[in-house]
Design a protein around this ligand. Structure first.
Ligand code: SF4
Length: 258
């Protein structure tokens, strides 16, 4: 079979900035294109694939260089491991790699082939907007961790992906092999808005996931943070329903990291 290719935005190594692996050294492979439009999106450059992508400090070159799009999964693994080997955040022997976006589920075969090519040298984490359960099923065997977004409708410019989010969460929970974070970005007004409905829809899967309540980082169409009082009300709503949860802000903007 011809190897699958995907357009990338960039490859680099840093520490994880969200979720249960917060602060853990990790390589990032950012896949281009995304069918969603979040009001708080801080990476609108990821929506469209470009002719080439940036590799920040791979194993052969310290500085950023560019490679042609689209790229095979085997080449992306080589680049990610090269970045991991040179990174100041590196750990020896085992590389965690986050495939993120944009939206990686637009290219599920690429994600699966990435995991197959990486093999025992590391673990693949998928960060996804969880918009396509069929695509997720195709790559799930290659994943050790899934961070699935649950987008509250008021956080989107348009559309409602609730049914797709639920199907993705149900799939990963039933499969049981990958650990599962479900991330809800909290903007002002969600405690009185759709958060309650979302938590009710997630409740049947609460024993299979860690709920990550992430206060929004202002960007693009979102000017204000959620205030501490409303954030506490959101957490209380999760606690009352028996969720295991963490309230975690994005680390990279706080520390000025890539
Ligand atoms: S899913 Fe991610 S990349 Fe797509 S619009 Fe939302 S925040 Fe941006």
């Amino acid at each position: 079979m011809t190897p699958s290719r995907a357009p990338l935005i960039e490859v680099f190594h840093s520490v994880q900035g969200e979720g249960r692996f917060l602060g853990e050294p990790m390589a990032f492979v950012r896949v281009a294109t995304c069918p969603l439009r979040c009001r708080y999106c801080d990476t609108p450059d990821s929506w469209v694939a470009t002719a080439d992508f940036a590799v920040h400090g791979d194993g052969e070159r310290a500085a950023t260089h560019r490679e042609r799009n689209p790229v095979t999964a085997a080449r992306a693994v080589e680049l990610a491991l090269g970045c991991a080997a040179r990174s100041p955040w590196r750990v020896t022997g085992f590389a965690r790699v986050s495939i993120t976006g944009g939206e990686p589920l637009v290219f599920p075969r690429f994600v699966r082939e990435f995991g197959e090519a990486l093999g025992a040298r590391g673990a693949v984490h998928l960060e996804t907007s969880a918009h396509d359960a069929q695509a997720l099923a195709e790559c799930l065997p290659a994943l050790s961790h899934v961070s699935a977004d649950w987008k509250l409708p008021e956080t989107l410019e348009s559309g409602d992906w609730t049914a797709q989010h639920r199907a993705c969460v149900e799939l990963v929970a039933a499969d049981g092999r990958a650990t599962l974070d479900v991330k809800i970005v909290l903007m002002r007004g969600v405690a009185q808005g759709s958060l309650s409905t979302a938590l009710d829809a997630l409740a049947p899967f609460k024993d299979a996931l860690l709920l990550v309540l992430q206060p929004v980082t202002p960007a693009r169409g979102v000017a204000e943070r959620i205030d501490a009082g409303e954030l506490a009300r959101c957490a209380a709503m999760a606690g009352e329903r028996g969720f295991r949860y963490r309230v975690l802000a994005q680390l990279h903007p706080l520390l000025g990291l890539r």
